[in-house]
Design a protein around this ligand. Structure first.
Ligand code: SF4
Length: 258
C-alpha cells in the first residue's frame, strides 16, 4: 500500500472547556463522561475517508488486547460534559468545515444510551448523519436508538483478544441492527480459524448481505497482525457465505490521524 501524505488533524476540543449554550436550544442538565470531541476522517470500515465529528465517551464494558484508546476504558474516564455543551462543540466544529456525520465512539457509547437518546435529534437537525461505533454487546441499549441511527459499525469481539465469548450478545445485537449495520472483526496473530468461522456463520444465519470488514490489527504494544496468508484464507472462507467481504486496515494510522 502506498504512503499517503500526512493530514493535519483539526485541533481537538477537550471536555471541560467553557462553552456557551446554543441559542434557542432547550438546556439539558444531563452530564456524560466525554474524553474528546474533534474533527477527523473516519479511518476504519466501509466509511473510511468520510469527514466526521468524533464524540468519544469514557467507559467501556470490555478490555480488548488491541485497544488503541485504553484511556477510554475505565468507567470514570473523561470529564462530565452536559448535552448543551456537547452541542455547542459540535456547532463550533461544523462552523469550521462541513462534516458528513457524527460518530459516537468510545469507550462504549451505548453505555450512555440515555444521553445518546437526547443528542441524536439535535445532531440530526444540524444535518449530520448518526454513525455509531460499538463493540456489539449491548443489544437492549441499541434497541432504544436504532430507529434514528444511520450507520452502525459493529465490532465482533473474538475470545482470543477480548477474553470471554460474546456470541449470544453479538447475535442479538445484529438482529436489532439489521439493515443499518456492518460488522468489523479485528484479527491478530492470535486469531483462530474457528473464531472466523463462528463470525461468518453468525452473520450468514442473520443476513448474508451484512457486510463484513476484516481489519488486520495495527502493530503496537506487543500486538501483531495475523499473517497475510491467514487473512486471505479467512477472506475466502467468508466469501463462501457472505455477499460483501473486505479487508481494510486502520487507515487513519497511515494518514497520521488520531
Ligand atoms: S471495546 Fe473498543 S474501547 Fe472497549 S476495550 Fe475493546 S477496543 Fe477498547
Amino acid at each position: 500500500m502506498s504512503e499517503a501524505t500526512p493530514l493535519t488533524p483539526t485541533p481537538r476540543l477537550r471536555s471541560g472547556q467553557a462553552l456557551s449554550p446554543h441559542r434557542g436550544e432547550r438546556i439539558q442538565v444531563v452530564a456524560v463522561p466525554v474524553l474528546e470531541i474533534f474533527s477527523t476522517l473516519q479511518g476504519e470500515g466501509l466509511y473510511a475517508g468520510e469527514r466526521q465529528i468524533f464524540l468519544r465517551f469514557g467507559g467501556c464494558n470490555l478490555h480488548c488486547d488491541y485497544c488503541d484508546t485504553p484511556e477510554s476504558i475505565p468507567m470514570g474516564s473523561g470529564r462530565p460534559m452536559r448535552v448543551e455543551a456537547i452541542l455547542e462543540a459540535v456547532d463550533r466544529l461544523q462552523a469550521e468545515q462541513r462534516h458528513v456525520s457524527l460518530s459516537f465512539t468510545g469507550g462504549e457509547p451505548l453505555l450512555h444510551a440515555d444521553t445518546l437518546d437526547l443528542l441524536i435529534s439535535p445532531i440530526k437537525a444540524r444535518g449530520l448523519r448518526i454513525y455509531l461505533e460499538t463493540n456489539g454487546t449491548l443489544p437492549h441499549a441499541l434497541a432504544r436508538i436504532i430507529a434514528r441511527c444511520d450507520v452502525v459499525a459493529m465490532d465482533m469481539k473474538l475470545p482470543s483478544a477480548c477474553g470471554p465469548a460474546f456470541w449470544k450478545l453479538h447475535e442479538a445485537f445484529l438482529r436489532v441492527g439489521l439493515g443499518k449495520t456492518f460488522v468489523k472483526v479485528v484479527v491478530t496473530d492470535r486469531t483462530q480459524l474457528w473464531e472466523i468461522e463462528r463470525v461468518v456463520t453468525l452473520i450468514a444465519q442473520s443476513d448474508p448481505t451484512v457486510p463484513l470488514v476484516i481489519q488486520p490489527a495495527t502493530p503496537f504494544n506487543g500486538i501483531a497482525p495475523a499473517p497475510w496468508e491467514s487473512i486471505m484464507t479467512w477472506e475466502q472462507l467468508a466469501r463462501c457465505q457472505l455477499r460483501d467481504v473486505r479487508i481494510i486496515p486502520q487507515l487513519h494510522r497511515l494518514w497520521g490521524l488520531p
